[in-house]
Design a protein around this ligand. Structure first.
Ligand code: CU
Length: 349
């Protein structure tokens, strides 16, 4: 019978079996985004990093980011919202465009904002060449009546009352739903509580995934790889439709300013484990619920099809990456930067 190893012997064995550390390499190489198609990750430590996943600050030629700011809700209690569904080319990563299915021509669709008790008077127009539909998670209505397929060239009109506050997903519900979501048909609808939340810098982040065939069509656009979707192996995981766009273009704030992030996870497959590096969430309203917010927490899961409201303050000037802490997903683009500007430093126009 073999004797158990002493602690010292076991430690020596572990140390002996450890792979030798990689050779130190010179740090002057520019940071690169790790492509999901690369078989080996680039382990070169970049000089200026957003937690190692994407370089901070992009070349001037790079596309402007989708504005993450949530515009205030209009004061009217009746909101006429008209969305046209159309197929459009959208940029999803540096140098990568995608033949998307959209609400309003962008992925995600427009950020909608109303107050608890407001009525949404909704018109859905199908400007695409296949059937699509709309499912509002903020509504309590019969899907069999309202979430029906709208044929090309047709439209649908109905009203609902946004009775419950929160950060809600909306999406196309036409089968196969995973395909319609993976192709870009989703967005966020924020419903403010009847008693307004404290003043804050308000942002919307919609997390989602893209699964690429790897072959561009005649217009240069990538399209959906259904097998990758079923295998849950996305090429890009993004906030607001484009990989790492807020690492290239940090979102600016002031030290100690209250930042409120409405995070909607459109998926269609990956849970978001949302975290701000260098920050601790003051309060988190899980799935937007007003009851018992989490206080003083580091990372909170947002399920696919769910939304949560995160409040955080950046305590000193500097760059604070935000990620899904499932780091394979951050490596594929689910990373951005909140930048706390030093006093006296003004935001560029
Ligand atoms: Cu659709």
């Amino acid at each position: 019978m073999s004797r158990p190893l002493s602690l010292g012997a076991a430690l020596a064995l572990v140390l002996a079996c450890r792979p030798s550390p990689p050779e130190a390499r010179p740090p002057e190489r520019p940071a690169t985004v790790v492509s999901s198609s690369q078989e080996e990750p680039d382990t070169t430590p970049p000089a200026d990093i957003s937690h190692g996943e994407a370089p901070i600050g992009g070349p001037a030629a790079e596309l402007a980011p989708r504005l993450a700011r949530l515009e205030p809700a209009e004061r009217a209690r009746l909101h006429h919202i008209r969305l046209e569904m159309k197929h459009a080319s959208v940029a999803i990563a540096p140098g990568v465009t995608y033949a998307a299915w959209t609400f309003g021509g962008t992925v995600p669709g427009p950020f909608l904002h109303v107050r608890q008790g407001d009525t949404v008077d909704f018109t859905l127009v199908n400007g695409a060449n296949i059937p699509h539909s709309m499912d509002f998670h903020a509504a309590e209505i019969a899907p069999s009546k309202y979430y029906t397929n709208v044929m090309p060239g047709d439209s649908l009109h109905y009203r609902f009352v946004a009775r419950v506050p929160g950060a809600f997903m909306y999406h196309c519900g036409t089968a196969p739903v995973a395909m319609h979501i993976a192709n870009g048909m989703y967005g966020a609808l924020v419903v403010d509580p009847a008693t307004p939340r404290p003043k804050a810098k308000e942002l919307v982040l919609v997390q989602s995934e893209f699964y690429l065939t790897g072959k561009a069509d005649q217009d240069g656009n990538q399209s959906l790889d259904w097998q990758k979707l079923l295998g849950q192996a996305p090429d890009h995981i993004v906030f607001n439709g484009r990989a790492s766009q807020y690492a290239s273009h940090p979102i600016e704030a002031r030290p100690n300013e209250l930042i409120r992030i409405y995070l909607v996870n459109a998926g269609p497959n990956r849970i978001s484990s949302f975290h701000v590096v260098g920050g601790i969430f003051e309060r988190v309203f899980e799935d937007g619920s007003q009851t018992n917010p989490l206080i003083g927490v580091q990372t909170v899961n947002v399920p696919v099809g769910g939304g949560a409201i995160f409040e955080v303050r950046l305590r000193e000037p500097g760059d604070y990456p935000f990620v899904t802490h499932a780091f394979a997903d951050a490596t594929k683009g689910a990373v951005g930067v909140l930048r706390a500007l030093a006093p006296g430093v003004s935001s560029p126009p």
